[in-house]
Design a protein around this ligand. Structure first.
Ligand code: ATP
Length: 631
């Protein structure tokens, strides 16, 4: 159900059942590789469930041997549920008058921990196996969710919120694991536990059992009512926790902006509002869930009181009554858990719904089935009659195209500078060449081949990018440069850094190439970050280079160094530069002037200066601003 969040459904909505079915089916796909262990965990769980009944029969035998006083002999028959009368003296080949005695009592009592241990052992093994399987499932889910996010085209990230994505990949997958495990355990074991205890109970005293069963439906009425409340606040809590992650992630990522505008309190308020709502729903959820237990127990205690009256009236022996009460108290916890199944299913469905929505999202841009891997290109780029509209979060085209009927041939090895006012469509041409988006009309060609016929990876191998928002990973400078070509040697990294004029400042840092760039590269200056990113692009050595110059002016010294670095980088490459610096523009083989998504003119600086009014205007603006900076 793409486009609709599971939490927006009402419970009565038939789609909830569909979603639950779909969820279970998808989870099953993930469990399938581990079906052997999964089946074993179910069998062990069932064994532990059935063992509850076996244990009760064992206890009945022990009680009758121990609680009848010192005159009890082994020859006295014991009436066991399901098994009928047994005579221990006969079974063991002993004299009927043999007293149970101290050693008999000791042996009988020793069986109590043995029985309890065996039940616990089966339960432990089953839980362990289940945890093993669900952990593997969660591991795979996390990997697949991250894989799915990584495969999305950039258009997806325009509308997706990073915090929500992080929450889905980590917290929701953990929630699916936890709830699914509880669900399986409850569904596989609890009904059997109840049945095995009931069988023993009926065999022991059907009237008493029947009467006590009347108490069950009485328990269920308040539970059903509470269940509704639980489900609502459970689903809301999941969504609040996503919003909390978003509020946090955005505040941390945008901390410089927060600080610069002194908006700490604003960020805190936003966080606190969601936090309060989540806490409220958590408390509501806990309140409702925890209410179920006391209600069930109170109603059950009424049953025990009534049972005592019955025992007095029927003259039931203490050992029999003891067993009945014990069996009844054992039957209530699994009933309580079963009553939570719907709620657990809801929680699993909500969490899984979010994860699966992400998993099933197919990227907008996919490799064609017959896509070929491009070899190293010569670097001829051509836009043929390209028109492109951006889309909103629902995939609806914007009214105005970002670029219209672009026809442009870029020859290998030449330097092209794109100029134009903001919003002219320069960055859009970059995105189209990188195939971040597909054009609505026309085609983009690399060396004469439509880029849609190439694999995205091989296309992008042929394109180097130096963009104005240099991003450095929280890693060493060496690894940040190596990102351009992962198998580059130390010598190659240093050579690239030298060409990019990065080597000189890296050497001055005490840790050198091992220095860690702070998150977003905070501890380097803007110009230094740019030089690292140029070194990265030099290492990549792609035949086509996209250069998005920083708009912010650097001091003349840095400016000159970067200019030289870019010069090194551009040698022999087709360079497509969004140029803000006059020096870059003047150096270009050709300048392309864009406005409102169209190409207005193209030519050399002197040609354009004589015939293109927009270029004249842009040139004058640039000229005067650089004069001011220089002054
Ligand atoms: P600038 O120099 O300011 O970066 P530009 O020339 O690179 O501008 P583009 O970024 O290509 O211009 O924008 C062209 C048009 O497309 C603009 O009208 C812009 O509002 C729109 N646009 C750009 N990116 C998106 C997006 N992700 N979603 C929707 N519209 C967009």
């Amino acid at each position: 159900m793409p486009g609709q969040s599971p939490a927006s459904f009402k419970l009565s909505d038939p789609r909830v059942a569909d979603l639950a079915k779909q969820t279970l089916r998808t989870i099953w796909k993930y469990v399938l590789p581990y079906r052997g262990r999964f089946a074993l965990s179910i069998v062990l769980g069932m064994l532990s469930a059935v063992f509850n009944g076996v244990m009760l029969i064992g206890f009945q035998l022990i009680f009758s041997l121990v609680l009848k006083g010192k005159t009890r002999t082994l020859g006295e028959a014991v009436d066991l549920p399901l098994l009928g009368e047994i005579n221990l003296a006969k079974m063991l080949g002993l004299d009927a008058d043999t007293p149970v005695g101290f050693s008999g009592v000791m042996i009988a009592c020793a069986f109590i921990p043995v029985l309890i241990f065996l039940r616990g052992f089966f339960a432990y093994l089953s839980s362990y196996m289940q945890a093993w399987v669900t952990s593997k499932v969660a591991y795979q889910l996390r990997n697949d969710a991250f894989h799915s996010v990584m495969r999305q085209s950039p258009g997806f990230f325009n509308s997706a919120r990073t915090g929500e994505l992080m929450q889905t990949v980590t917290v929701q997958t953990a929630s699916v694991q936890r709830n699914a495990m509880q669900l399986v355990q409850t569904l596989a074991q609890r009904p059997l536990t109840i049945i095995s205890i009931l069988v023993v109970l009926f065999a022991q005293d059907w009237f008493f059992t029947l009467m006590s069963l009347v108490v069950f439906p009485a328990c269920l009425v308040p539970i059903v009512r509470i269940g509704k409340r639980v489900r609502k606040s459970g689903a809301r809590e999941e969504y609040d926790s996503r919003s909390l992650m978003v509020a946090m992630q955005e505040s941390f990522a945008g901390i410089r902006l927060v600080k610069a505008y002194a908006r700490e309190s604003h960020a805190e308020e936003r966080f606190a509002t969601t936090n309060a709502s989540m806490t409220r729903n958590q408390v509501r959820w806990t309140k409702a869930v925890e209410l179920v237990g006391p209600i069930v127990e109170t109603v059950a205690s009424l049953g025990i009181a009534a049972g005592l009256v019955y025992a007095w009236d029927r003259g039931l022996e203490a050992e029999n009554f003891f067993l009945l009460v014990m069996a009844l108290t054992q039957i209530y916890p699994p009933v309580k858990e079963l009553s939570r199944v719907q709620m657990m299913l809801q929680k699993t469905t909500v969490a899984a719904g979010m994860v699966f929505e992400l998993l099933e999202r197919s990227p907008d841009i996919k490799d064609a089935p017959d896509a070929v891997a491009a070899a190293r290109a010569r670097g001829a780029v051509s836009f043929q009659n390209v028109t492109f509209h951006y889309r909103d979060a629902h995939g609806v085209k914007k009214d105005v195209p970002a670029v219209t009927k672009i026809d442009l041939q870029l020859e290998p090895g030449k330097f092209y500078a794109f100029v134009g006012p903001s919003g002219a469509g320069k960055s859009t041409l970059y995105s189209l060449l990188l195939r971040f988006y597909d054009p609505d009309e026309g085609a983009v060609l690399l060396d004469g081949r439509d880029i849609r016929s190439l694999t995205q990876a091989s296309l992008r191998e042929n394109i180097g990018v130096v963009s104005q928002d240099t991003f450095l990973f929280h890693d060493t400078l060496r690894e940040n440069i190596r990102y351009g070509r992962l198998d580059a040697t130390e010598e190659e990294i240093i050579a690239a850094a030298k060409k990019a004029h990065a080597h000189e400042f890296i050497e001055k840092i005490p840790a050198g190439y091992d220095a860690i760039a702070g998150e977003g590269g905070c501890n380097l200056s803007g110009g230094q970050k740019q030089r690292i990113s140029i070194a990265r692009a030099i290492l990549r050595d792609a035949p086509v280079l996209l250069l998005d110059e920083a708009t912010s002016a650097l001091d003349t010294e840095s400016e000159k160094i970067i200019q030289e670095a870019i010069h090194m980088l551009s040698e022999g490459k087709t360079v497509v530069a969004i140029a803000h610096r006059l020096s870059t523009i003047l150096e270009a083989d050709q300048i392309v002037v864009m406005d409102q998504g169209r190409i207005l003119d193209r030519g050399t600086h002197s040609e354009l200066l004589t015939r293109c009014p927009l270029y004249q205007k842009l040139y004058q603006l640039q000229h005067s601003s650089e004069d001011k900076t220089a002054a």
